[in-house]
Design a protein around this ligand. Structure first.
Ligand code: TRP
Length: 360
């Protein structure tokens, strides 16, 4: 069996550059590497509803936004299957069976769930669906027999929990499910790209994101307003790199060729960093360089987006076809699962024979 990718995003807003360096860019590389037999990219609307039950319109509106972001980032519907989670009812059924293999206390210990509960001030009023979403995520992954799950660092506990479910299932019912492997970004700056205000996380509510769909002038404005080193006041002052998000963004985005093109006085990012730390290099110069780098990366994405925005029905058609294809794959896994769990009563000739003999 070849390698299979499954990954996805909740459609709660447009995707930003944190999504891009954390996972999207990698998915496109993996897609184009030809190393994978199948690639499934899922818009996790059902998961998004677990904490947006009262706002289905928001999820509905953002499905096409995320699909546009996928297509403009370079995901190609001829190579990757793009689909919508809620269109695959098999995922719900799988989750229902997995629920018997997971304890409440194990879910309570899931670090991602724990911190999300705090963030959302759920405390005593956690929706059951939200609390159990790690189980549904295990269903997403295993339904497609995924071997490889490219995601950000925050998803590590989800993958751990998924592996536990796979082990438990296989040991109780016999070898059926495939154990997935997480694929994290290899560059540290990409693990968790900070917001432009230097805050640890990019988030819509903090208003500190650069979106893939931002215009050239929006990106420039955001880059020029980025948080740097507050003690770096005059150009001659030595500057700090820690917590200086202009340099974190350069770590995530900048390539050697960008120096040749935009800043030929420097050979590498290390040389630029040294000069900044030594003093004598102003923030504006570094920000202008970062702006050039980001525009180079984002321009082709914007152009592809503009093209797809003109044909929204085609985007929905891609999702519809992808969902149909994904459902067939999930249905095949469900047949294996039902057989392993011995709940395939009507397909099991032996069962009927056995029961008949009992009464002969
Ligand atoms: N939890 C992921 C997020 O918040 C979305 C997601 C749902 C996912 N199911 C998945 C990611 C399965 C990878 C694999 O973005």
């Amino acid at each position: 069996m070849g390698k299979i990718i499954l990954t996805g995003d909740r459609p709660t807003g447009r995707l930003h550059v944190g999504h891009y360096v954390g996972s999207l860019r990698r998915r496109v590389e993996l897609q184009n590497s030809g190393e994978f037999e199948k690639i499934f990219i899922m818009i996790a609307d059902a998961q998004a509803l677990t904490d947006n039950a009262d706002n289905p319109e928001k999820i509905r509106q953002n499905i096409v936004e995320v699909a546009l972001d996928y297509l403009s980032a370079g995901l190609d519907p001829d190579k990757s299957t793009l689909f919508i989670q809620s269109m695959i009812p098999e995922l719900t059924e799988l989750s229902f069976y997995y629920m018997n293999l997971v304890t409440v206390s194990r879910l309570q210990r899931n670090p991602t769930v724990k911190s999300e509960i705090q963030m959302r001030n759920f405390e005593a009023s956690i929706p059951v669906g939200f609390f159990t979403y790690p189980i549904s995520q295990a269903a997403d992954i295993t339904a497609f027999k995924a071997t490889t799950v490219p995601v950000g660092e925050d998803q590590m506990p989800m993958l751990e929990q998924c592996k536990e479910i796979v082990h438990k299932f296989n040991s109780v019912y016999g070898d059926t499910l495939v154990e997935p492997e997480i694929l994290l970004p290899d560059n540290k700056a990409c693990l968790r790209l900070p917001g432009i205000d230097g805050k640890a996380k990019m988030s819509k509510s903090l208003n500190n994101c650069i979106y893939l769909a931002d215009t050239q002038s929006e990106v420039k404005k955001k880059v020029m307003s980025m948080y740097t080193d507050p003690d770096h006041i005059r150009i001659e002052d030595p500057g700090k790199l820690e917590g200086n998000c202009v340099f974190t963004y350069l770590d995530a985005f900048c390539k050697q060729e960008h120096f040749e093109e935009f800043l030929p006085d420097y050979k590498s990012l290390d040389e630029l960093k040294e000069h900044y730390q030594r003093g004598g290099l102003g923030d504006v110069k570094v920000k202008k360089f970062l702006n050039n780098v980001m525009q180079t990366v984002l321009e082709p994405i914007r152009q592809r987006r503009a093209k797809w925005e003109k044909d929204i029905p085609a985007v929905y058609e891609i999702l519809r076809k992808g969902s149909e294809e994904a459902e067939q794959v999930a249905a095949a896994t469900l047949r294996d699962v039902r057989q392993a769990m011995k709940i395939n009563y009507f397909d099991d000739n032996n069962l009927i024979k056995e029961q008949s003999q009992k009464y002969q």
